[in-house]
Design a protein around this ligand. Sequence first.
Ligand code: ISC
Length: 406
Amino acid sequence: MGRLQARTVAADSDADLLALLPDPEPVFSWVHGGEGLVGWGEAARIEVKGADRFAEAERWWADLVAAADVEDAVGLPGTGLVAFVSMSFADEPGSSVVIVPKVVVGRRDGVTWRTELRDDDEPFAPAVQPVRRVRVTRYSEGRLSVTDYRKAVAGAVERMRAGELAKVVLAHDLIAETDSPLDQRFLLRNLADRYPSCWVFAVDGLIGATPEMLLRKTGETVESRVLAGTAWPGAGESAESRLSSAKNRSEHEFAIRSLADTLRPYCTELHVPETPSVLRLPNVAHLASDVTGRLDPDTTAGPGALLRLGHAVHPTAAVGGTPRTEAVALIAELEAMDRGRYAGPVGWIDADGDGELGIALRCAELRGSLVRLFAGCGIVSGSDPDAEVREAAAKMLPIRDALEAT
Ligand SMILES: C=C(O[C@H]1C=CC=C(C(=O)O)[C@@H]1O)C(=O)O
């Protein structure tokens, strides 16, 4: 026998967590800064639709938790029973999912754990498949072409100048085709490598790297990272000076106000920074505000608490607009496409009602060899349609670069 060689390395990055995923699908991910959850296999799922989707999901989760027999030797947020969540942006159309994986591996505060679900005596151990690389064979227009997106933005600007509403976020899509069905782990790994300050997620074929945290609930603490106002690399002024324009400041102000106004009724304390900071990503920079609060235990108890809060705050004016109802109606009219789960809440919940819901941005919906990418921009009365087209293109780069990585 030759000489045995052993090598131990630290396994403390997002890539290390993602490397545990054995199979191309179904896989689940919510990782950020070397912590988070990955999962595989499906033990239970529900699909919900319509205006009642959050409440229906909350009831399902509460019933499932009540009926489960759980042994949890670790006792941290994310241990024990966990479900991954991905909600549609709109009440209609669109379908939302809550899925309990068969296996979840998590890491938090330096502690790593594994949770396995069994509904029979069969151990679940899929064969480990190597990650398959894909190549993009072509890009084509989505359901809303770039030309029509530009027209939709110009139309929205006119409506805002006429005083119909103050802000609306309009998005469009792009289709990529790959030479073979996409291995979700290929995309996840490439996103995690390039966007370490984003939450790299995968739930039921929706994959992305979002910089925006809608809600994180840890006991009675609630946190949110609100983003709105964008600058992207280009000639001329610095990102800071472009972000300080009246247009970017007003886009941000609407987003902050929408989150704070809808979250405050559930809180005994809520802190909103007076001035936003700048969040720099490889493709764009954003105005960012980190909001923190203390939840009122009387209205935020139970396993589905985070879904209840998600229902209250979604959609913020980072993805909807102001006023909310008018903006959502204008989105349906001008985009005339189904956003699906893009711009909806995505993340995970546990049996104590803790968890994290981001906003599904910088993402794509996968179906075999077809990848549908999305990106949107906040529009106010001072917006320039050509600049918004360029901004949306910059926001599609995370997925495009991850797809084209060698
Ligand atoms: C709607 C998107 O971004 C939102 C988040 C940050 C900045 C935004 C903006 O400046 O327009 C958008 O509100 C998207 O990436 O598709």
